[in-house]
Design a protein around this ligand. Sequence first.
Ligand SMILES: [Zn+2]
Ligand SMILES: [Zn+2]
Length: 273
Amino acid sequence: MRKNGFEAPLEPLQVLTWVLLLLIVGGFYSFIVPALARVWAIVAGLVYGVLASSTVLAGILACLKDPIDPNVRRFHQGETAAGSAADKTFCFLCQLHVNKGSRHCRYCDKCVDRFDHHCKWLNNCVGRSNYRYFVTLLVSTFFMTSIQLGISAWFAIMYHSDNAAFSDRVEGRYARLGGTGHIVLVYAFAVLVLPFLGLLAQLLGFHIMLISRNLTTYDYIVQEQRKERERKERRRILDKDKSGARHPLACCVSGERGGVDAAPAKSGQALVP
Ligand SMILES: [Zn+2]
Ligand SMILES: [Zn+2]
């Protein structure tokens, strides 16, 4: 049974995330902050520093926190079960009564309280006890990378609109690189950050929707699968009705001509709950 995300074996995606994060933060303080005017360098450096610290801290806490179901934890600590079995559900894999929102994760081999999903980026399950750290991680990384990409875009505009002035300023700090060498590096880091930011925006939007509906990722997937099954079932019944109505005998039975559209509509409505 896995306890947290730092336990071996580590996930390749998890290692890649930390390496990428280090590279992105290193790139910001090496090639973006020094190229800014003094006041802006202090402001951007401080704001980015707070966001980067929040990202690292939230990432460590989301990895370290064990989102195990409290009933399973109590059992393994040799304590007696709390609460009645009536408001719990039975997990055949743990062989224990667990909270109703708990689900058994096959990667972690334990029941997770208010299971959201198993995150390969964290190498840990996301549940009740670490969901807030997971969302904090998404929010701070999103704003951190947005600032980085925003300033990179501003540099690109300055470089292309007044190449000489921008190069003069940058060459004072990056004599070896020159204005062009510096902008190439800024572009390289922007290419690294852009897919990261796209993924984060998508994830953050998805979790804002889940929070507003008081759903977990697991609930949402189950709900969507159920809707899809119902859609397929409705389509199957409608198709069956249509093919029945096209049957030569269908007109004789209904006594109508061109009753193909009317028949399925009525049947379809009757079947919709
Ligand atoms: Zn279980
Ligand atoms: Zn898990």
